[in-house]
Every structure is written in structure tokens, then in C-alpha cells.
Ligand binder design. Sequence first.
Ligand code: ASP
Length: 342
Amino acid sequence: MLIDGQPQDKPDSDRPRVVILATGGTIAGTAASGTQAGYASGQVSVDAMIDAVPGIRDLADVRGEQVANVGSQDMTFAIMIELANWINALLADGAVSGVVVTHGTDTMEETAYFLNLTVKSQKPVVLTGAMRPATAVSADGPLNLYNAVAVAADPEAAGRGVLVVMNDWIHGAHSLTKTNTTSVETFLSPINGLIGTANYGKTQYFRRPFRRHTDTSEFTVANGTALPRVDILYACADMPADLVDCSVSRGARGIVIAGDGNGNMNAATIASASRAAGEGTVIVRSSRVPTGTVSRNVEIDDDCHQFIVSDELNPAKARILLMLALMKDRNLDALQQLYYAY
Ligand code: ASP
């Protein structure tokens, strides 16, 4: 822990203990030169990543474990479930203060939200990554990892749900989203704002998440749990309506429409989605627009078509909530309430 920017000299037993779980991504990526755009994700081991961060061991007693080593475009629910159980086991140990997960940025918001619903602890769980590979000029990974460990070691971070620390900002899992393909300032929390900031290990908090998470979440996943298929369909001008039928015929139990505007879709797709809903497929209206909520019965009569709205959740996170929710029988009203609660 830093006090006034200075590491505190404490015996090992009194220092916070933080476990870093590595899953790959650009933070563990390498390129042939420091200035080239092309690189391979998930090349550097967790121990090498820790050793590349000066002063990290002054923050906490840090230990690394390798869970996976993939670019997060290849993240799977099998890895997420393993991660949730790994974290639950670690945090059940009274000696562990918090966990950091290093992760690619492409699907970081999905894993963060999944863990927000399935980790059962108040202790800090912090995801971090990098936009530039470890070998790049001005690599952002080392400082992100340093700040993530500072947050995971900080008792003030507890009870705020799963957090993401990138580029000096602390985001909540429910609200963050990736907004830029290459910039280090890619993650924003456009609807609710930041949870806080982390500046060279010095933390500051502005708020707590408004929604249920971690130890107040009802969702649990055992290793090997098979989640039901839920597809995302991206709405656009003159959208082909038979995409809905295609998803249903491939076994989707739910479909999230990344709608235009306030979760809209063309009349032909409303008709095919309404038919699918009548036959038991759960249809959730979210939005392809990066900020704002999707609300019921504005331009589309959700009551009549038996649709659900995602409220604040973007399509990727709305899909995760539905996959977890569909592990149990629930009526449409109960499903809708989940989107207001989580
Ligand atoms: N494609 C990479 C990944 O998500 C990008 C990154 O980490 O920034 O793993």
C-alpha cells in the first residue's frame, strides 16, 4: 500500500497479498520491434509480466498464476467459468486480500461483467490489460498492472463489485465499454461514470455500483456448467428478418438485438422476433448505440410482442445476463426485472 506515495516497510505477514491471474491479451503480447502495429497476444508469462513492473512488490505480496494465454477475441465461457471458480477459491482464503486478472481488452468488459455476477466475495477483483504490447515504445501494461495491484490491495476497493483499472481510471464492470480500437484511452463508463482513479498507485473513489453484484448476485457457475446459446443480431437499415429464424433454428434460447437507436429494428424483424418470442425464444432489445438506456414500450410495443429491454446493458453484457438467467426457468416479467437489478 502507498501512503503519500511512499511504499510502507512492513513485514510480509502484514502486507496485503494479491494474486495475479493471467489470461493473455496484449499486455502479454510481443512484437518484433517497439514501433510496429502488428504483434501476437498472449506470449509473455505472468512471472515475466510481474518482473517487468518496478515497485510492484512494494505495493503487496504479489504472486502470479497462469489461467490461460489467449487473445481475448478467443476468450470462452469455459475459461470464464474456470476463472470465476479459481477466484472464488482464492478469495475464500483469509490470507488473500484481492485478485488481479490480466486480460485482453477486446472482450474485457464481458469477462468483467461475467465475474461481477459469479464471484462471491466482497474482496477486490480487478481486471487490467494493455492497448500496446509489452515490447512497444511506451507500453501501457506495466503501469496498468501496477495500478491494478494497488486497487486490489486496497481495502477501500472492497464491496464495489468487479473493477477494471486501465489508463489511471477505475471502472465498474456494469458500466465500462471499449470505445477506441487502438488508443490507450479506450475504456469509458459513459452512462454512470467512473468508480474512481488510480494514479501511480494512489487510489481515490467516487461511488459504489448501483446494481447487484458479486456477493449479492444470485448466479453461480460450477466448473463444467454448459450455458445456453444466446445470439446477438446487429440491427441496420433494411435488416434481413430471417436472421432471427436462423438463430432459432441453430438452437438459440435467446436473442439480443443490438438495435438501432432506442433498441429499434425494422418492421420485418419485429415481426420475425415477435413470432420467435411467441414460440418461446427470449428476445432482448439492447442498442448498438454506445450510451443511453433502452426502455420499454417507447416505439415498440414490448408488452404486445413479449420482448424484454436491456435497460443499461450493452448487447454483449445483455447476452451474458440472459445466458446465466436461462439456466433456470423464469417468466418474462422475472427476466425483465433482472435487467433492472443487475
Ligand atoms: N486483441 C487483443 C485482446 O483482446 C487486444 C488487447 O488486449 O488490447 O487480447
